[in-house]
Design a protein around this ligand. Structure first.
Ligand SMILES: *Cc1c(COP(=O)(O)O)cnc(C)c1O
Length: 651
């Protein structure tokens, strides 16, 4: 089977040079279900198609279920029971959160892209299991291709016929993708130590444990290659003996306790991440057995990782001979959508590597990963800042452009297709720049490394269950991601047109928030605490005349009461849905806290045990219909009008 990777250019599916407004109209079911006819047509067509497929498998087999079955009482009773339960389910689901509506600006969810939804529905009755190609002859390859599509978006090498090609796979979500990054980083870091301990000759193993544990990703991959070639040159008897010997020294075999007991020069490595990091990092360190204590949180500046503080932490680690497993940069923080200085983190990695402290750089782009589409041309090249910026008021800040431009130099990235990819749950993705270290995660010895062609690449990863944390996994999710990326290639002219809408909406929201703060200045002090780098905007509020943090929090919580999902009240009584977050003074640079407190006219001395953080409203601006051009409605304006009414009533 040959699944194409590049954009198709044929008579029917000609990819337009740029997705037009009218094409965007066909992307989603729509807030009103406007595209119901299109979705229904697709669902019915492909359901029938699936049935024909069953009938044509062995047409000589007679139907096993008799045609009169539907008239039998037991059948009818079953159908009745099934219908009743389905009606109950359907009724209950009416209480669901209306993610599709432009009145929903709460969490990271929105409408679903039709190509993905249709591909998923179409694939479900075939029920492929992407654990391996035996259970998913079609969709496993789609998953590997989807990984390459994302790799290209990030600026990683995406040609599997090249030795150093990227590799990516899907996970249930960003949490598991981050965990996979930790697993891979630890396997790579500890492998040279195992080679040394096993006494492998002639391949240039590092001179001591410290050096072996700090080689850095690229040198480790080179060493791995030398080991594999050396191994291939041994007799088959020798080969398996050496393999067992190295295997017995690996951290995956020994476990952390025995590994570090044998290598007393080494300590368990740390993960450095910004304070804004998602709590999946804490989960990941617990799961890996390194422990939450090995997660060191670094301070921020305007909710971006403080690169100077990172440098200081790295100097300290080098001084104290404290190994570092990885540094995490967040591309679109969960609370503020801010973008960490990926370029500076990469530079720190390279500089520290040459001083003997090697570690990997992982980008947690679970939220912001798809914004990389804005920075890519259809030919895969990078757009410069002026080009990207020509469509926006202030996006992208120079720091933001530099961060996206540096993605190709990082070691691995997490991206969530089920967030800004507008696809159904659960679809996260893990992508690494150089696939060759993946062999260290293989559950069984991974023998396909003689040649390094695309055939080997595909053959290896079709045994996907060998490499991923999960076992059985939905092939339908892979079909959804792959097909969506085929319909909407991951560059600025196609998928990027969607990303553009969200950034434009955030800019409009930010501007409107500032007007709101001015207009309501005598009732409430309001501010956007951090200028958004992307498409999340927070709003802090304090009733005029109040100086007390606890009182301001009570006010923000009352507002949030009106904006949150309440399963006990009908959906329709809600005007808008928003979310909230909190600002912890101890997680904030002093100058930042000072700035915000002054803007809100709060007394910082009133932070205390009962009010140890500031409650603020948070808005996710990913709905593509926030600015409804058809009817000349801005749901952003409407939201602020509503908020003004609430504030007036409460203040
Ligand atoms: C959402 C998110 C995650 C976790 O992803 P899930 O898909 O919810 O598991 C991790 N990191 C960041 C930055 C996120 O926004």
């Amino acid at each position: 089977m040959n699944i194409p990777l590049a954009v198709t250019r044929n008579a029917i599916g000609e990819a337009p040079d740029r997705l037009g407004r009218d094409a965007l109209d066909a992307c989603f079911l729509g807030p009103y279900g406007e595209n119901d006819g299109l979705l229904e047509k697709l669902v019915v067509e492909f359901l029938r198609d699936h049935v024909y497929w069953r009938r044509n498998f062995h047409p000589e087999d007679p139907p096993a279920i008799p045609t009169r079955a539907a008239q039998q009482p037991g059948y009818q009773a079953f159908e009745a029971r099934m219908r009743r339960e389905l009606h109950t389910l359907s009724a209950a689901l009416k209480k669901s959160v209306p993610f599709h509506s432009p009145r929903y600006i709460g969490h990271m969810a929105s409408d679903l892209l039709l190509p993905g939804l249709a591909a998923q529905l179409l694939t479900l009755p075939y029920n492929p299991n992407n654990v391996s190609e035996d259970a998913a002859p079609v969709t496993v390859e789609m998953e590997i291709r989807a990984g390459l599509q994302l790799a290209r978006m990030l600026g990683y090498p995406d040609d599997p016929s090249r030795e150093a090609c990227a590799f990516g796979h899907l996970t249930s979500g960003g949490t598991l993708a981050n965990y996979q990054a930790l697993r891979l980083a630890l396997a790579s870091k500890a492998f040279p130590v195992a080679l040394r301990a096993a006494g492998v000759p002639d391949i240039g193993v590092p001179k001591d444990d410290w050096e072996a544990f700090n080689l850095g990703n690229d040198d480790t991959i080179a060493l791995l290659g030398r080991w594999q070639r050396w191994l291939a040159a041994q007799s088959s008897l020798q080969r398996s003996a050496w393999q067992m010997r190295v295997q017995s020294e690996r951290i995956e075999t020994l476990g952390l306790t025995d590994f570090f007991a044998r290598h007393t020069d080494l300590r368990p490595p740390r993960v450095l991440a910004p304070v804004t990091a998602h709590y999946s990092w804490s989960k990941g360190l617990k799961l890996l057995g390194l422990g939450r204590a090995q997660l060191e949180l670094l301070p921020e500046r305007s909710m971006r990782l403080d690169a100077d503080a990172l440098q200081e932490a790295l100097e300290r680690c080098l001084r104290e001979r404290q190994p570092v497993l990885m540094v995490v940069a967040v591309l679109g923080t969960t609370e503020y959508g801010t973008i960490d200085p990926v370029d500076r983190v990469v530079a720190a990695r390279d500089a520290m590597r040459s001083r003997g402290l090697g570690f990997t750089v992982h980008v947690d782009g679970a939220w912001g990963g798809y914004l990389a589409t804005l920075f890519r041309n259809p030919d895969g090249s990078l757009r410069d800042r002026a080009e990207v910026g020509s469509e926006f008021a202030r996006f992208p800040q120079p720091e933001v452009h530099a961060a996206f431009a540096a993605l190709g130099e990082t070691d691995s990235v997490t991206v969530d297709p089920h967030k800004l990819g507008y696809l159904p749950y659960g679809a996260g993705a893990f992508i690494c720049r150089d696939h060759r270290a993946m062999t260290l995660l293989a559950e069984e010895a991974d023998y396909v490394f003689d040649g390094e062609g695309a055939t080997d690449y595909m053959a290896r990863y079709r045994r996907l269950g060998q490499f991923v944390p999960e076992g059985s996994k939905a092939g339908a999710a892979a079909a959804a991601v792959y097909v969506t990326h085929r319909v909407l290639p991951l560059d600025h002219a196609h998928f990027g047109q969607l990303s553009k809408q969200t950034v434009l909406a955030a800019e409009a929201f930010h501007a409107r928030a500032e007007r709101f703060a001015e207009e309501l200045g005598d009732i409430v002090h309001a501010c956007v605490p951090f200028a958004p780098d992307s498409n999340l905007v927070c709003l802090a509020l304090n009733p005029a005349g109040n100086r007390d943090v606890g009182h301001a929090n009570a006010f923000a919580r009352r507002l949030h009461e009106e904006l949150r999902c309440d399963p006990h009240r009908p959906l329709q009584v809600k005007e808008f849905f928003g979310s909230m977050t909190t600002l912890r003074p101890d997680a904030l640079a002093a100058a930042e806290l000072q700035r915000i407190v002054v803007q809100l006219r709060l007394d910082p001395a009133t932070f205390g045990p009962d009010a140890d953080r500031l409650v603020i409203l948070r808005h996710t601006l990913m709905n593509p219909y926030l600015i409804d051009r058809e009817n000349g409605i801005s749901y952003i304006d409407r939201y602020f009008d509503y908020l003004a009414t609430l504030v007036r009533a409460l203040a």
